[in-house]
Design a protein around this ligand. Structure first.
Ligand code: DC
Length: 215
């Protein structure tokens, strides 16, 4: 057996990556890996324990079961998607030692399964040899609108949009593995597209590329 195929999905916050990656993985029968949840888990444990983020990342016992995220066997899903953890996760993700540890965990997943992996650096760092790479984006206003709906966020749209912009700015300008489009990534702007339309497009690209591997 050769190495398992990997589909890389990158892009800024709120572009629709998670929804698309999850559905695409289901359709292909691949394992879905949400790397943002790993950075969020490190941020949560950092907030709870005050330990060094590098140390937390090196010992992270992370598992996803369906939609739920478990850390050390504890279901932490509902604690990960708050404005505070969004901000802290973006901060811990600038630390090279944290990235090294989490990238190793991410690569280990592909040793076991074919993966659809989403994040910020999957096509540029984690799997530069991914079979297919996507870069998913949308206008910042639209991304703010989606976040507001997804998390039932009561704050004004303008405030959420500003927060998203700040996080994108930090994620794109950090020194280690900044968010950027890999030259060979397929760019999809989802601002005016429906999930089903984008998904169909993505699936077509993947099936064409992997036609000898999947049915
Ligand atoms: O995808 P998300 O919004 O759940 O990710 C949370 C933060 O984690 C994001 O602001 C940047 C960081 N992140 C990263 O640096 N690299 C990844 N592969 C995934 C997420």
């Amino acid at each position: 057996m050769g190495r398992n195929p990997a589909i890389a999905i990158d892009g800024p916050a709120g572009a629709g990556k998670s929804t698309l990656a999850k559905l695409l993985a289901e359709r292909l029968g691949f394992v879905y890996v949400n790397t943002g949840a790993m950075y969020r888990a490190v941020a949560l444990l950092w907030k709870e324990t005050g330990e060094e983020p590098e140390k937390i990342a090196r010992h992270l016992d992370f598992e996803m079961r369906g939609d739920r995220v478990f850390v050390g066997g504890r279901d932490v899903t509902d604690l990960l998607y708050t404005p505070e953890i969004s901000d802290l996760s973006s901060k811990v993700s600038t630390i090279p030692g944290v990235r090294r540890a989490l990238v190793a965990l991410q690569r280990a997943q592909r040793e076991k399964y074919p993966v659809v992996m989403e994040g910020r650096d999957i096509g540029t760092v984690v799997f530069t040899d991914a079979e297919v790479k996507f870069y998913i984006t949308a206008s910042s206003r639209e991304r703010a609108r989606r976040r507001k709906l997804q998390f039932n966020d009561p704050r004004p749209l303008k405030v959420i949009e500003e927060e998203i912009r700040k996080r994108d700015e930090r994620d794109s300008t950090r020194e280690d593995s900044p968010l950027r489009r890999a030259p060979d990534a397929i760019l999809i702007d989802t601002t005016n597209l429906r999930v089903e339309e984008v998904l169909r497009l993505m699936e077509k690209f993947v099936r064409e590329k992997l036609k000898n591997i999947i049915d």
